[in-house]
Design a protein around this ligand. Structure first.
Ligand code: ZN
Length: 98
């Protein structure tokens, strides 16, 4: 029997039923090499994806805080989120020898 473990890349929370609601968060930077309205999609030049649980997304302001939640949310800027994702991805790349 196989068991799938869902693990948050940010806080390390794990479960086997995805009650922690793992979703992708990331940074995608694209560029257009054709005229606008050419019908072509932008070429993705940089793509960093991480998988965060719902609590981490709420704390980062990327998911709605439930009305009955006891999660404490500190104000955070978009720049802070982008820096954290990029730093985490860089650390992964270094540890994987890329
Ligand atoms: Zn988390």
């Amino acid at each position: 029997m196989k068991t799938t473990i869902f693990k948050c890349d940010k806080c390390g929370a794990e479960d086997t039923t995805n009650k922690i609601d793992i979703l992708n968060v990331g940074i995608h930077v694209g560029g257009f090499w054709e005229k606008y309205h050419s019908g072509r999609r932008p070429e993705i030049r940089l793509q960093i994806d991480k998988e965060w649980c719902k609590e981490c997304r709420i704390k980062a302001g990327l998911a709605e805080l439930p009305k009955d939640s006891t999660i404490h949310v500190e104000p955070i800027t978009l720049e802070d989120i982008v820096r954290e994702i990029a730093y985490d991805a860089a650390c992964d790349a270094i540890s994987n020898g890329r």
